[in-house]
Design a protein around this ligand. Structure first.
Ligand SMILES: [Zn+2]
Length: 283
């Protein structure tokens, strides 16, 4: 973790992570999606602009520097840099392969793998969702929603609590669920323009943030901040965007003719972690 300069009993009123103090006095511009990722996908183009395409949040094209919400103090923002680094590592790995592969007309290459902290990556997914909730950039049915963030979510974001076994990150293990994407290599736009997305899951009634799906580099990551009841038949109903998923994988691999591109996620907990291999066919 990066050192923070917050003071133990100060709660900055604009910082959504202020539940137990530890805030610094300055509010920082927290990027809706990591600045390092924007740089990766825009090649540092000085003329590039970015905006939300749902009509809320940042509604007009702005420079990447200004694609921010003033919703975290500097101390809490700086403390989340490991999460940004994990997402950058994941996207860099898949993007390079996708650009070489060119939807199948290019080169798949040789076996490659990368190791990424699953704990940090999971916190990045949570941070993206929470920043959108705090920054008034979430919509449901085309309407702007004001979505409260649970204190439990903040504890998990700041590594103050262990994730309950039934909560957390999940990835596709059922090809028939279009809401959890798992093919980063057959849609080249996911390596160029259309490289991220966010769809929240909100509690009926008060619209509390209870999870969502965040896309990065053509891969959908589900997150639940509650027990979604995987053992129940309702879990597999079409209304559930997390249906057919597996929790906190230790390996996500894409295989074409025996050659694997593999992401190894490391986890600090002692839960069981499954592997998933997506077998590709050259079209
Ligand atoms: Zn703070």
């Amino acid at each position: 973790m990066t050192t923070t300069t917050g003071s133990a009993d100060f709660k900055h009123p604009k910082c959504y992570a202020n539940t137990e103090g530890g805030c610094s006095t300055r509010i920082s511009g927290e990027h809706f999606v990591s600045h390092s990722l924007i740089r990766l996908y825009t090649f540092d183009d000085p003329n590039v602009t970015i905006q939300h395409d749902n009509g809320f949040g940042v509604r007009h094209p702005v420079s990447p520097r200004r694609f921010v919400a003033n919703v975290l103090c500097e101390a809490h923002n700086n403390g989340l840099s490991d999460a940004d680094a994990a997402a950058l590592k994941f996207a860099t790995f898949l993007r390079e392969i996708a650009l070489r592969y060119q939807n199948g007309s290019g080169d798949w290459g040789v076996n490659e793998s990368v190791e990424i902290s699953g704990d940090d990556f999971q916190r990045w997914v949570l941070k993206l969702l929470a920043t959108h909730a705090a920054g008034n950039a979430l919509t449901a049915n085309g309407e702007l929603v004001k979505s409260p963030i649970l204190d439990d979510s903040i504890h998990l974001l700041l590594n103050r609590a262990a994730w309950p076994t039934t909560w957390g990150l999940c990835v596709a293990a059922d090809a028939t669920n279009p809401e959890l994407k798992f093919d980063p290599f057959s849609r080249i736009e996911t390596a160029t323009d259309n490289w991220w997305g966010v769809t929240p899951m909100l509690k009926n009634g008060d619209q509390t943030l209870i999870g969502g799906v965040v896309e990065l580099a053509g891969v959908g990551f589900g997150l639940s901040l509650y027990n979604p009841g995987r053992e129940l038949p309702e879990f597999n109903l079409p209304a559930n965007p997390l249906r057919g998923s597996i929790r906190r994988p230790s390996v996500m691999a894409w295989e074409l003719k025996g050659v694997r591109k593999q992401v190894n996620f490391t986890w600090d907990d002692h839960h069981e972690h499954k592997n998933i291999t997506y077998t590709m066919q050259r079209s």
